[in-house]
Ligand binder design. Structure first.
Ligand code: HEC
Ligand code: HEC
Length: 210
């Protein structure tokens, strides 16, 4: 009996040690040292898949480098947002780094890799797979990858995000409240899209995640 208690105690110690060994997990589930750095889990979900209805994007599947850049951009205001500004501002640089690395390890669903040779009939499909070159709009998959699954550290996934979130970002670029993209790549594209096109292409990519 005693032996068993000892074994259970040891296991508990190992468990506690392994949980404490990842400072990124702590920030994600409990928040940063500064109380204003709220726990990410509250809004982005335990699985990192966000909460579409509330406008909280999924983070699982984003690269650590992209996420850290976004946190710094929220802090500097080149990506203006009333909720993420105080949270990002309250995180230390070390916390940003560790929480981004922690989120990068989360598992994500696999999305279909539809490339530009696929059939494209609707407005959303045509923009995503063919672009509108007469208006200098490249196809989204050229940068965001087949099916919008994301490419490397710089090009985030679009598949798996809600249509409302994707539209909100395109509108932010149109209005100039998000100006954090390198070389105005997205600013130029968003400003060239009509409101109907914003909705159509957002519906297309969010639909791939279902
Ligand atoms: C109170 C809710 C809330 C909490 C808590 C929260 N977020 Fe957010 N987060 C949001 C919202 C809303 C957005 C969308 C911002 C926008 O529309 O630009 C967002 C966006 C983001 C993005 C950008 C995602 C993308 O695809 O570009 C990152 C990165 C992020 N949050 C990281 C974090 C981290 C890390 C934490 C914990 C330290 C955290 N968030 C806590 C609400 C929250
Ligand atoms: C020339 C390359 C390029 C093309 C083409 C492109 N994008 Fe992007 N997109 C980017 C980059 C780079 C970012 C990340 C900017 C940053 O660092 O915040 C981005 C980010 C986004 C985001 C924000 C995602 C998030 O998680 O917040 C959305 C939405 C988006 N793009 C939609 C589109 C759509 C729709 C199209 C096609 C009409 C498109 N993009 C075509 C380069 C591109």
């Amino acid at each position: 009996m005693k032996k068993r208690n000892l074994a259970a105690g040891l296991l508990a110690c190992i468990w506690v040690a392994s949980v404490q060994a990842d400072p990124g997990a702590d920030v994600y589930t409990k928040g940063g040292a500064n109380p204003a750095a709220l726990a990410c889990l509250t809004c982005h979900g335990a699985d990192g898949m966000g909460m579409a209805a509330a406008g909280f994007p999924r983070l699982a599947g984003l690269s650590a480098e992209y996420m850290k850049k976004q946190l710094l951009d929220f802090q500097s205001g080149s990506r203006a947002h009333p909720v993420m500004l105080p949270i990002a501002s309250a995180l230390t640089e070390g916390e940003m780094q560790s929480v981004s690395l922690y989120i990068e390890q989360m598992t994500t669903p696999v999305y279909p890799r539809i490339n530009r040779s696929a059939e494209a009939t609707s407005v959303g499909e045509r923009l995503a797979l063919r672009g509108a070159w007469e208006r200098n709009i490249p196809e989204c998959v050229a940068c965001h990858g087949p099916g919008g699954v994301g490419v490397g550290a710089a090009f985030p996934p679009l598949a798996g995000q809600s249509s409302a979130y994707l539209s909100s970002q395109l509108i932010a670029w149109k209005r100039g409240t998000r100006t954090n993209d390198p070389n105005d790549l997205m600013g130029h594209i968003a400003k060239s899209l009509t409101d109907d096109e914003v909705k159509a292409v957002s519906d297309y990519f969010s639909g791939l995640g279902q």
